[in-house]
Design a protein around this ligand. Structure first.
Ligand code: ADP
Ligand code: MG
Length: 230
């Protein structure tokens, strides 16, 4: 579960501050994809940054899988992300020198306690995850040898390596044609159900509304629920 409770986010703007997110509340439940739509500049990525605990809210609180991030230190938030949150950015952000399999294995090398145990667990999961995103035959390819859609699939598999309870995805189809985009959306919808993640997915393209279980529209930093789960 991911809960944003009355969050506000401002950015510095000269001598004053500009409000990007204005008292927004929303909840993402396990096994459901909650879509976040809205025009460019409306605050969608800012909302995701709050959910990811990458940005700190000016007001309100963010609760990730039962853990209130409000009082956590920077190190505490880093640990929370490492343990409970998977993030897929607009661009796949892969390391050019690494194969698809290595992009996932590298996640086991991030700091934190229990690294040895985590390394063994991750290695056991990597091939299964690459299969799950349809890249079982491409595990030894580097990013330059993969298409845009395949790179985004690697990024999705990588986000799931540590079995997060919360999956945050920002405009995953923006660089893809409509067929490839629809495939990525269907994949995210299936993985959300199979892995029971609470998924928040930013998309400005309502062509993909069919893959969303609920939709929240953000306009000028304010959110309204336009469709809720049945
Ligand atoms: P969206 O993802 O919906 O396009 P953003 O969350 O990126 O919107 O941006 C919302 C508003 O906040 C915009 O007016 C944008 O210019 C502003 N903004 C975003 N990031 C920053 C930042 N780091 N510093 C200052 N203003 C920002
Ligand atoms: Mg954005």
């Amino acid at each position: 579960m991911i809960l944003l409770d009355d969050v506000t986010l401002t950015y510095p703007d000269g001598d004053s501050r500009v409000t990007a997110i204005d008292h927004v509340s929303l909840e993402g439940r396990p096994g459901l994809v909650t879509g976040i739509t809205g025009p460019s500049g409306s605050g969608k990525s800012s909302l995701l940054a709050l959910a990811a605990t990458l940005a700190r809210p000016d007001t309100g609180r963010v609760v990730v899988d039962g853990v209130d991030a409000t009082g956590l230190s920077a190190a505490g938030r880093t640990a929370l992300r490492r343990e409970r949150i998977g993030i897929v950015f607009q661009q796949p952000q892969l390391l050019p020198a690494l194969t698809a399999r290595e992009q996932l294995c590298v996640m086991a090398e991030l700091g934190g306690r229990g690294r040895r145990a985590r390394r063994a667990a991750v290695r056991g999961r990597v091939d299964e995850l690459l299969d799950a995103v349809g890249l079982g035959d491409h595990a030894d390819r580097r990013p330059a040898q993969l298409s845009g859609g395949q790179r985004q699939r690697v990024a999705i598999a990588r986000a799931l390596v540590h079995e997060p309870r919360v999956l945050l995805v920002d405009e995953p189809t923006s660089a893809l044609d409509s067929t490839r985009g629809a495939e990525i959306m269907a994949l995210l919808s299936r993985l959300t159900r199979e892995r029971d993640t609470a998924t928040l997915l930013v998309t400005h393209d309502l062509v993909h509304a069919g893959a969303l279980d609920a939709t929240v529209e953000v306009v000028d930093g304010r959110a309204s629920l336009v469709a809720s789960p049945v």
